[in-house]
Design a protein around this ligand. Sequence first.
Ligand code: ATP
Length: 280
Amino acid sequence: MKVNLEQVNKTFPKGKNDSLHVLQDIDLKIEAGEFVSLLGPSGCGKSTILNLIAGLDHPTSGDVYVNGQKVKGPGTDRVVVFQQGGLFPWMNVLDNVTYGLLLKNMSKKEAQEKAMEGLRMVHLGNFTKSFPHELSGGMKQRVAIARSLVMDPDVLLMDEPFAALDEQTRIILHQELQEIWEKTGKTILFITHNIREALTLSERVLLMSTRPGAIKNSFTVQASRPRDPSDSVLVQLEKRVMSELEEEMEKVLKEEFGDGYRLKTSAVRDRNREHMGDHI
Ligand SMILES: Nc1ncnc2c1ncn2[C@@H]1O[C@H](COP(=O)(O)OP(=O)(O)OP(=O)(O)O)[C@@H](O)[C@H]1O
């Protein structure tokens, strides 16, 4: 077992005397080499789970294990790729990717060779001297992915890494990430709001219920790769996931707008398609 959460609860303090129960009794297992997506309505605690695995925060109760070891803080066995790649603007692409390796006391020559390998994997071998401001959003995220991969983490944690990108770029990055996953066999936990994105990329999609977040259902995606969104397996699965996600979204909206609120059932579907460049 690569990642294991056992009965994890997380509560944040809210104001002086109140608290917010964000995660409830989360049991989550990810096998070595698995690509798992975490899908759920806004605020259900997806990023909180990722932060707990990354060791950026601690559970209120329950335990988080990576490689059988209890997570006590951040470690080089786990790397996070965020929505904004967080590149150093004053460093060129090669230096950005080399940076973490030099911190591991690798020689400059070896670090640069490894960085070049990572950059070639994301097809940016010709952009080593460019600075982040000279790159498109998609290229910046590819540098961020290369920077994470060269650290050779056991687990790659991706928190909506493509959410800020345009549709075409996102589709290209989906292809690249699938290739990277197949080539490296990394264990990946990928957070997204987007059903199609989750189904295109993952072997397993975990659907979370609204706050306090719990794992509501797990869907195994058995479509062949490279994935084609029109594959009948994916289309059928998308419908099932969508109807369950709609239930959760309706709960969130009722909380926000009052009990009389009814979600138009097409709204989630249209939003997902719009996100994925499918303007039907
Ligand atoms: N450090 C914190 N202190 C207080 N509340 C927090 C903290 N971090 C997250 N929360 C709250 O916990 C809830 C879950 O947040 P989280 O970011 O994990 O949700 P999410 O499912 O990733 O949401 P989204 O999809 O909108 O990014 C939210 O209501 C958020 O406001």
